[in-house]
Design a protein around this ligand. Structure first.
Ligand SMILES: Cc1cc2nc3c(=O)[nH]c(=O)nc-3n(C[C@H](O)[C@H](O)[C@H](O)COP(=O)(O)OP(=O)(O)OC[C@H]3O[C@@H](n4cnc5c(N)ncnc54)[C@H](O)[C@@H]3O)c2cc1C
Length: 505
């Protein structure tokens, strides 16, 4: 994956079959699917891949136990099928995770026990393991930090876990291998039209400021929470399609939540679920669901959201946490599709939404990371149908994502050229200096942020350490990006300012 090479494709007079706007899960999945079907595909992402919601999830590959409780069996069944495909096609970026629901009465044990057995049943052949009903003693052995007061037992069930932004980047790399052109830091700024139909897009290379006008048969808008802006760029009279709802996560040290199992709190004070999930030797706590007015690339947590998570976790665990124990706070925005009637955002469907404007713009939004492949398939099916591309079958359910061996070989080659790059960036973490170079050379990382936030996840795991290591990261990557000391100083200052927002105490 080389950005310079990808940009070269914009210099030609190509008429693309499909241009995808947005390089999160949905857009990247769409680009991969379209390229696998042999369509000439371009994806433009205005920032870095997965800069938006797709790097800020709870990291669950799941059917959504909560939606089962809401009676949305179709959504759960579809998501469980997609969970199975994802675990099969990207085994190096996903894993099976056991979850325990602590229960406090006989009735709860029955209710959640039967519900989770049904959840497992719905996954059919793609089941990850049998749901088990646990005694109090067994529950405590799985969750050593659990508050045992009035505890009656627990339900153990299986779901998946993943590294969201890394998966996004490997989907991008796979799409490029299959023939797509995929570019980050390339913002779509307008459409060209003829006879009332979209014929192309205008876009801007964020670094060189060069503008491009590109021709295409069809455009897919996969811009998540930024959907409204692109829809209105097509037709300024259109009403907002999505409404943003914010979810925050706190990342804490594993000593506060011991063991290898995750915990699911089935009912918070606002009727949602809350997770504590082991992730990279830390624990992710989340999430919240707070409707907000303004969208931003770096949404900020609200004071009450932080208090809400701490309060609930401390209610269930004996190792009490305070704000000082938070290593990082990250925030994601859900692109929830607006309903005609006003209902709370926790109840709005996570099913995805596809629409086609009179100008031919296909907008795909909503859904979940877990269901990105299905969303992409729907988008490509519709795009191909509308502009009469040669009908081809979707094969993403059978397509492997990424190439572990190639990555290992490339990292080894980097180390062979400079043995000092075999060193870790910090003794507490497994990331080597060679991984930083790899991110620049092969994963289109353009900044300290791209590396520390989305290639290795240090900003999300330990924001203070990320700030401390920023100058070292800048000095390692600068020569590979042909940058000087001045760039390093500006980069460190801007990364520090951004990373300080992830520290909360
Ligand atoms: C708090 C939270 C927790 C979640 N947890 C989970 C979970 O555990 N499991 C799960 O399955 N799902 C989860 N989800 C849902 C999942 O993360 C989202 O559904 C998914 O990431 C949305 O991806 P997307 O590609 O549609 O949007 P995004 O990831 O936001 O991507 C849209 C992209 O479009 C780009 N863009 C915008 N405008 C332009 C333009 N003009 N030109 C070019 N590019 C543009 C943006 O830069 C952005 O990168 C969670 C969501 C939230 C908010």
């Amino acid at each position: 994956m080389n950005r310079h090479e990808q940009l070269q494709a914009l210099e030609t007079d190509t008429i693309w079959d499909i241009i995808v706007i947005g390089g999160g899960a949905t857009g990247l999945g769409t680009a991969l699917d379209a390229s696998l079907r042999g369509y000439k595909t371009l994806l433009v992402e205005g920032h870095d891949f997965a800069k938006g919601t797709s790097s800020r999830s709870t990291k669950l590959v799941h059917g959504g136990v909560r939606y089962l409780e809401q009676g949305n069996i179709k959504l759960v069944r579809e998501a469980l099928r997609e969970r199975g495909y994802l675990l099969k096609n990207a085994p190096h970026l996903t894993s099976v995770q056991t979850f325990i629901i602590p229960v406090y009465s006989w009735w709860e044990k029955m209710f959640y026990g039967i519900g989770l057995k049904f959840y497992d049943l719905l996954s059919g052949k793609l089941s990850l393991g049998d749901t088990q009903i646990l005694s109090k003693k067994e529950t405590v052995s799985h969750l050593p930090s659990i508050n045992t007061k009035k505890l009656s037992g627990g339900i153990l069930y299986y779901d998946g876990q993943f590294n969201d932004s890394h998966l996004a980047i490997e989907i991008a790399a796979t799409a490029i291998k299959k023939g797509a052109t995929v570019i980050n830091y390339c913002m779509a700024t307008g459409f060209t039209k003829a006879n009332g139909k979209i014929t192309g897009i205008e876009c801007l290379d964020v670094f060189s400021k060069k503008k491009y006008t590109l021709q295409t048969k069809v455009v897919v808008n996969a811009t998540g929470v930024f959907t409204n802006a692109v829809v209105q760029m097509d037709d300024h009279t259109q009403h907002d399609l999505v409404r943003p709802s914010q979810g925050i996560h706190l990342v804490i040290d594993a000593k506060f939540f011991q063991g290898i199992d995750a915990m699911m709190i089935p009912k918070t004070d606002d009727g949602r679920v809350l997770f504590a999930v082991p992730w990279h030797d830390k624990v992710v706590l989340g999430t919240t669901d707070t409707p907000i007015e303004h969208i931003s690339f770096e949404p900020k947590p609200l004071e009450e959201e932080i208090k809400f998570i701490i309060k609930h976790i401390n209610r269930y665990c004996t190792t009490l946490i305070t704000r000082a124990d938070i290593n990082s706070v990250y925030v994601g925005l859900r692109p929830l599709v607006k309903q005609k009637t006003q209902i709370s955002s926790a109840l709005i469907s996570r099913e995805h939404h596809l629409s086609v404007s009179p100008t031919g713009l296909i907008t795909i939004t909503g859904g979940k990371w877990t269901t990105y492949r299905k969303m992409a398939a729907d988008a490509v099916d519709n795009a191909a149908f509308i502009v009469k591309l040669k009908k081809e079958k979707c094969i993403t359910a059978q397509t492997k994502i990424g190439d572990v061996l190639e990555k290992e070989n490339r990292i080894q080659e980097i180390i062979n050229n400079d043995a000092s790059l075999a060193l870790k960036i910090h003794t507490k973490y497994p990331f080597t200096k060679a991984a930083l170079v790899y991110a620049v050379k092969y994963e289109m990382a353009m900044s300290i942020e791209d590396i520390l936030a989305r290639r290795i996840r240090l900003l999300f795991l330990d924001a203070r350490l990320a700030i401390q290591l920023a100058p070292m990261v800048a000095s390692i990557i600068a020569p590979y990006l042909q940058k000087d000391k001045n760039w390093e100083a500006i980069e460190v200052a801007s990364f520090t300012q951004l990373a300080e927002q992830y520290i909360y105490n």
